[in-house]
Design a protein around this ligand. Structure first.
Ligand code: OSB
Ligand code: MG
Length: 377
């Protein structure tokens, strides 16, 4: 079987966030992203999503930059291309294309959107689910909640209560300088035994070692990305001085980064955010490495719609994903979704879909409603 791309639709979309989300670098007030639709010669349609923001407060790739790169560089190369989907190794053709595009530096989120859409097409051609395509087996995914920075500790405590009542299996608190120790102290005092972690989104430096030492008393599962977004070495220095495991998010953009973080003991845990590492194939490689080195992984998110989450759920069903995912449902994050059959989190779990391809139905009306710009190639 072969994928041949006849036509491509590149959309920028935007929808309201149910509530603003603040991380150390700033506040997200709306959900933005790129939606890619690939039309195969056979009549099949594949979808991919790049959950990019206009402002680089998480990593440096932005929505306008990714959009221009896709429109002007990658997608013109993709149009008309034939990509083999052999029975014995259906991802090999897509892997080959990745290698060809490794000469373009960065733009992981943009590349991931193309890879997702190609994987969707490959799965449909083979009449298998994304889960089967990626080699996952888990029937359900455990989900934790990621809480943005709120104006008061009291309002955070209230949301923690609510999410625990709803069954979320761990609580992640976003922290920033000046909004860290007292917050963790208050949540830990209210809930002595819950799985609890913090995420600094790279807001600290090695000058803050004493703060992180003090966190050792709170029995946190991990501290996510305390230091610079592009650092591994300082994280290794910090890890030596604290007992709480460090989890790397922003610092891991590819398999090589994961290998170096493991070899230097900079990370005891890795957050695999599939878009951040350029797509499902690199996610699988990082997963395999971590499994062989006994480094636990979990699936992070970037507030993807049901389309992006379809890929995250399928990947999170691989055996090394042993810790709860950031995978809140669209009913909690947005006022509507881009799929007509979104998942729900029930007792802290998502049921993995087994239908061929995405396992979700893109909602054409919702897609139109959210679209702010369309290019057709
Ligand atoms: O670091 O995990 C992060 C959202 C925006 C920017 C950074 C992060 C996040 C999340 C989203 O925590 C969690 C989710 O997708 O449900
Ligand atoms: Mg993070």
């Amino acid at each position: 079987m072969t994928i041949t791309i006849d036509r491509i639709e590149l959309r920028v979309f935007e929808m309201p966030l149910a509530q603003p989300f603040t991380i150390s670098g700033g506040t997200l007030t709306k959900k933005e992203g790129i939606l890619l639709t690939l039309f195969d010669r056979s009549g099949l349609t594949g979808y991919g999503e790049a959950p990019l923001e206009s402002v680089p407060i998480y990593l440096s790739e932005t929505l306008p930059g990714g959009h221009a790169f896709l429109r002007d560089v990658l997608l013109p190369e993709l149009r008309g291309l034939s990509i083999p989907v052999p029975d014995d190794d259906p991802l090999s053709g897509i892997r080959g294309l990745r290698e060809q595009w490794s000469r373009f530096k960065g733009f992981e989120f943009s590349k991931a959107a193309i890879e997702q859409a190609l994987c969707d097409l490959a799965a449909q051609m083979k009449k298998i689910s994304l889960q089967t395509l990626f080699g996952g087996a888990r029937k359900t995914i455990d989900v934790g909640e990621s809480l943005g920075i709120k104006p008061t500790i009291q309002s955070t405590l209230e949301e923690v209560d609510l999410r625990l009542q709803q069954g979320y299996k761990r609580i992640k608190l976003k922290i920033k300088p000046g909004h860290d120790r007292s917050l963790v102290e208050a949540v830990r005092a209210a809930h002595p035994d819950i799985p609890l972690m913090v995420d600094a989104n790279s807001a600290y430096t090695l000058a803050d070692v004493s703060l992180f030492k003090s966190f050792d008393t709170y029995n946190l599962m991990m501290i996510e990305q305390p230091l610079s977004h592009d650092d591994i070495i300082d994280h290794a220095t910090l890890a030596e001085q604290i007992r709480t495991p460090i989890c790397l998010d922003e610092s891991i953009l590819c398999l090589r980064h994961a290998r170096q973080a493991i070899e230097t003991d900079a990370a005891g845990i890795i957050n695999i955010k599939p878009s951040r590492v350029g797509g499902p194939i690199e996610s699988m490689s990082i997963h395999d490495l971590c499994l062989s080195k006994k480094i636990p992984v979990w699936c992070g998110g970037m507030f993807e719609t049901g389309i992006g989450r379809a890929f995250n759920i399928a990947l999170a069903s691989l055996p090394g994903f042993t810790l709860p995912a950031d995978m809140s449902p669209s009913s909690l994050l947005f006022t509507y979704d881009l799929v007509s059959d979104p998942f729900e989190v029930i007792n802290g779990e998502i049921t993995v879909r087994t239908a061929p391809g995405l396992g979700f139905t893109p909602d054409q009306e919702a897609i139109k409603r959210a679209t702010v710009a369309t290019d057709t190639l």
